[in-house]
Ligand binder design. Structure first.
Ligand SMILES: Cc1cc2nc3c(=O)[nH]c(=O)nc-3n(C[C@H](O)[C@H](O)[C@H](O)COP(=O)(O)O)c2cc1C
Ligand code: SF4
Length: 679
């Protein structure tokens, strides 16, 4: 077991409440709310963490208390009227029956939201200062607004208590209304709610006093706040310590949940949700500094991805409760596995940020590597044994093939996996070569270790063809051979290199490189950073309006920052028409997607990213001999039923992941899980 593990297993008292251990998940908005309520999907998602041994799970990130803080933009929860109480009661029972505690985060987003949704009400704030990230210019709150919002917080707290929740936290982090009042960068008021820090704290004090009164005084209420806004015009570390101490001293809060930074613009938002480019626990010291000054329990989340760091943070007294929020999205059973001495079975969060990035496109939070998370009603976190035993052959050892092998072996089948290279991991091995994305390699590392533990017969360096596969006398064949880089279809595509070729070989390109990003994903930006770091003069050209347009909000700013620092020129709105050779150099013919005017670039090298095309030779060689002609029965797949041809003589053939069509890691792993869990 890891050092200091016992520190995590000690119960924690929060007022009269006892939490069974020191591991929690902080509130987050996964986009699972339905009609403003936490319904079955949302509840099962948190119940899974409770089953997995977590002490405290907080749901309802940014749950709104007032109609002018709309719940609609990210499918959030509204606590603005009593209709939510029965959902809370059902939810609390579901989580508490597994021994965990359940709390919610309440907030008014102030200017950090949109006015063009739900009730179309103007946004409000301490002063009429625009937030760059959310883009609205708020209306300055009048005294009546202040009184109304205070009353809304009090009513929401009462609903939490009546709903049987174990407590609630008010968000004053990430630039919500309460910290908009605190921050001198937003609050320019001249009345009793502006000016000195004491005045700027008044609104918050009145909120907590009203919440205490509405809930009888001993109901657990806490605050989430920054320990340093890391922004010159914002709150300093000293300000934050004063704020925390004042709230604790006045008996207004039972716990303080500390994070680092704020989220007023794109980069700040990315820093507040540190991805794999950051070290582990980058802001633990800010929580620790507040803990030294106050008596109430201190919580902290921000890239604590492994239990050894978590245990150290508690054992050394930096925090009382450590949050592993994305770590639980990646593996909701991590506490149970630690207790059982199965740390090696924990699927560790790699910090890809796929979960958070999806919600800013209006989608639901999903984990890049764990396709069961958020799909608890249909996808198992623990794979049950099958009632039949099959011989399964998997072709390809990338994420799709590894997950197919893992799930099939967990079902109790006999599994052979062929991989044509010397290493498992597929295209992840290429992506992980690029600068700050190395941690992606954790995904295949975990899968490979599981597959090995489950006794899968892994055969490396074998490019399996139809003959090799049939020699195994399979019942089921799964082709997961991945995708090969698409060189593009323009005249001159034989003259270019692909990003995959550059990264795989680690080739050093000297001179000028024109890098054409036809996809807007990580690959081209990663490759640009890779080449520029090694001294090439790189221009990244894209037909999109911005580089890495498909990359989400916590990752794209990191690419943009790195490329800018490395001197990469970014040119949007250009389509690649043709590449030709002139003397020793290459000429790209480009067309502006806005003006339709043509222009040219001369470069020493042209590198392109057009995604991948399926590696499907083995699939087509086997198709006519298979019992199902290689067809996945889509209604059965969607209904979660075994594929109709399996076990009825001959072999059934399927293709998954990029071998079917180039998509992403999550799609590859989901393809595998949902197909193989029913064999
Ligand atoms: C999908 C998602 C949505 C989030 N939404 C919120 C939110 O509404 N309010 C909040 O305070 N934090 C939110 N967070 C931040 C988390 O509470 C936490 O601070 C963050 O994930 C860093 O902790 P971790 O590294 O343990 O994941 C969100 C995180 C994720 C992944
Ligand atoms: S998507 Fe990435 S950051 Fe989010 S939980 Fe999964 S591994 Fe962690």
């Amino acid at each position: 077991m890891i050092a200091n593990a016992e520190a995590l297993f000690r119960p924690l008292r929060i007022g009269k409440l006892t939490v069974r251990n020191r591991v929690m998940s902080t509130s987050h908005a996964p986009g699972y709310g339905k009609d403003g309520k936490p319904q079955e999907r949302y509840q099962l998602y948190h119940a899974e963490k409770a089953k997995g041994g977590i002490g405290l799970t907080m749901f309802g990130g940014s749950s709104s208390v007032s109609p002018d803080s709309p719940a609609a933009p990210w499918n959030q929860v509204s606590v603005a009227d009593d209709s939510v109480i029965p959902y809370f009661q059902q939810f609390a029972e579901r989580v508490q029956s597994h021994g965990a505690k359940l709390m919610i985060q309440l907030t008014h987003m102030g200017r950090r939201t949109r006015w063009d949704t739900e009730h179309w009400l103007p946004t409000i704030s301490a002063s009429a200062r625009r937030e760059p990230a959310s883009r609205s210019i708020p209306r300055e709150m009048e005294e009546e607004d202040i009184a109304r919002v205070i009353a809304d917080f009090a009513a929401a707290a009462r609903r939490c208590k009546e709903g049987g929740l174990d407590g609630c936290e008010v968000s004053a982090a990430h630039g919500h209304l309460l910290d908009q009042f605190w921050s001198p960068s937003v609050n320019h008021r001249t009345d009793g709610y502006g000016g000195s820090l004491q005045n700027r704290m008044r609104f918050g004090f009145e909120i907590f006093e009203a919440m205490r009164e509405a809930t009888g005084g001993d109901y657990p209420i806490g605050i989430r706040m920054s320990g340093d806004e890391l922004f010159a015009e914002g709150l300093s570390q000293e300000d934050c310590i004063t704020i925390a101490s004042e709230h604790a001293k006045r008996g207004l809060v039972d716990f303080i949940n500390v994070l680092g930074g704020q989220a007023r613009d794109h980069l700040a938002h990315a820093i507040s949700l540190p991805n794999m480019s950051f070290p582990v626990a980058p802001f633990l010291h800010l929580a620790s500094a507040i803990k030294r000054e106050v008596e109430v329990p201190i919580f902290h989340a921000q890239r604590v991805t492994d239990l050894a760091t978590a245990a150290r943070a508690v054992a050394e007294g930096h925090v009382d409760m450590v949050a592993m929020t994305r770590a639980h999205i990646a593996d909701p059973h991590l506490v149970r596995k630690l207790q059982a001495g199965r740390e090696d079975d924990i699927r560790q969060c790699v910090g890809a940020g796929y979960c958070i990035d999806r919600i800013y496109t209006g989608a639901d939070a999903l984990c890049i590597q764990n396709a069961a998370t958020g799909r608890e009603a249909t996808m198992p976190h623990v794979i049950a044994k099958s009632d039949q035993k099959f011989r399964v052959v998997v072709v390809g050892g990338g994420p799709a093939g590894l997950e197919a092998a893992r799930v099939s072996a967990e079902r109790g089948h006999e599994v052979v996996l062929f991989e044509k290279t010397a290493a498992l991991g597929g295209q992840i091995n290429i992506a992980a070569k690029a600068g700050w994305r190395e941690a992606l390699s954790g995904i295949p590392r975990w899968l490979a270790a599981q597959v090995q533990k489950l006794g899968v017969d892994v055969r490396l360096n074998i490019a399996a063809n139809a003959e090799t596969v049939l020699a195994e006398k399979p019942d089921i064949v799964i082709v997961a051979a991945g995708g090969a880089a698409n060189p593009g279809f323009e005249p001159g595509s034989d003259l270019v290199l692909t990003t995959a070729e550059v990264l795989r070989s680690g080739m050093n390109l000297t001179g000028s490189v024109m890098l054409y990003d036809g996809m807007g994903q990580h690959n081209a930006s990663s490759c640009a950073e890779f080449l520029a770091t090694r001294g090439a003069l790189v221009e990244l050209i894209t037909p999109d309006r911005m580089a890495a347009e498909e990359v989400g909000t916590t990752n794209q700013p990191v690419h943009l920052r790195e490329m800018t620092k490395l001197g990469v020129i970014i040119t949007p709105n250009l389509d690649l028409l043709e590449v030709k050779r002139e003397n020793n150099r290459l000429v790209a013919v480009l067309k502006n997607t806005m003006t339709l005017a043509e222009e040219e670039r001369i470069a020493d090298h042209i590198v392109v990213d057009f995604g991948t095309l399926p590696v499907d030779e083995t699939y087509f060689a086997l198709k006519s001999q298979s019992s199902n002609h290689g067809q996945t029965d889509i209604p059965s797949l969607i209904a979660g039923l075994r594929q109709p041809h399996v076990g009825r003589g001959g072999f059934a053939l399927y293709r998954i992941g990029d071998a079917a069509a180039g998509r992403n890691i999550h799609a590859a792993i989901y393809d595998a899980l949902r197909l193989c869990k029913d064999f």
